[in-house]
Structure formats: structure tokens, C-alpha cells
Design a protein around this ligand. Structure first.
Ligand code: CO
Length: 134
């Protein structure tokens, strides 16, 4: 059901520092920072030939990243995003499989303007999974 890896999202305490590291140490191409107030994050994309890394810094005091960074003060992998052809079919399939869907599997518009849903980390070896309709 899942297709390509769309991105790996990494929560970071300091976005500029993290992005500079990818740029100068690893020689990666990085985007300008983009604020996404509706998701409580500021993001910088690291563009790789086959996928993206999204460096996420909390934006605002209600950001969902604060609790993650409390547990992981130097940052860490926040989620993996896989592409699916049809988010509604994916949601139905996952429900039948007994997967734990966040927000009961109701797709919402994600950070790239496309429908997404999230799967609980407890089903996937401790990793939050995002599915995005590509
Ligand atoms: Co994501």
C-alpha cells in the first residue's frame, strides 16, 4: 500500500543551527525557513535526490513539538512520511487492520497542502508514521 518515502521529519531545538549543519557539514541543499502557524512549526527542507528531510522547530507555545523536545532535548526523528495513492482507502484499510489512527483516521491537510493522516507510534516500533496522498 505505501509508496515512496516522502520525508523524514526531525524535531530540532535550534533550526538555524541544524540547517547550517546539513548545509556546511553534509553539503546539502536547504530551503529558506517557512513558518506554518497552523501546525505549530517552522520548517526548513533539506532537499535530497530521492527524498527530503524536514527540520522542524516549535512555533508558538502550543506547538506539539515542545513535549517531544522535552523528552529529546537535542532533537530526534519525529516522524516518517510515506506516500499513498488514496488516503481514504488507506484509512479504511488501516482501520480493518486494527491500526491505531490519530484523530480516528480522518485525513487533514498537512504541511504540503495535501491530505495526510497519522498512525500511532506504538504500532510501528515507536515511530510516528504520516501517510500523505501523493
Ligand atoms: Co511530515
Amino acid at each position: 500500500m505505501i509508496g515512496q518515502l516522502n520525508h523524514v521529519a526531525i524535531a530540532v531545538p535550534n533550526l538555524k543551527e541544524a540547517a547550517d549543519n546539513y548545509k556546511s557539514t553534509l553539503g546539502a541543499k536547504i530551503s529558506e525557513p517557512k513558518e506554518q502557524p497552523e501546525h505549530g512549526v517552522t520548517v526548513i527542507f533539506v532537499e535530497l535526490p530521492n527524498t527530503k528531510i524536514e527540520l522542524l522547530e516549535p512555533l508558538g507555545k502550543d506547538s506539539p513539538l515542545h513535549s517531544f523536545l522535552e523528552k529529546n532535548p537535542s532533537g530526534g526523528i519525529h516522524h516518517l512520511c510515506f506516500e499513498v495513492d488514496d488516503i481514504v482507502l488507506a484509512s479504511l484499510h488501516l482501520r480493518n487492520e486494527g491500526a491505531h489512527l490519530i484523530d480516528e483516521g480522518r485525513p487533514r491537510i498537512g504541511a504540503h497542502g495535501k491530505p495526510v493522516l497519522f498512525l500511532h507510534p506504538k504500532d510501528f516500533s515507536g515511530t510516528l508514521i504520516e501517510l500523505e496522498e501523493a
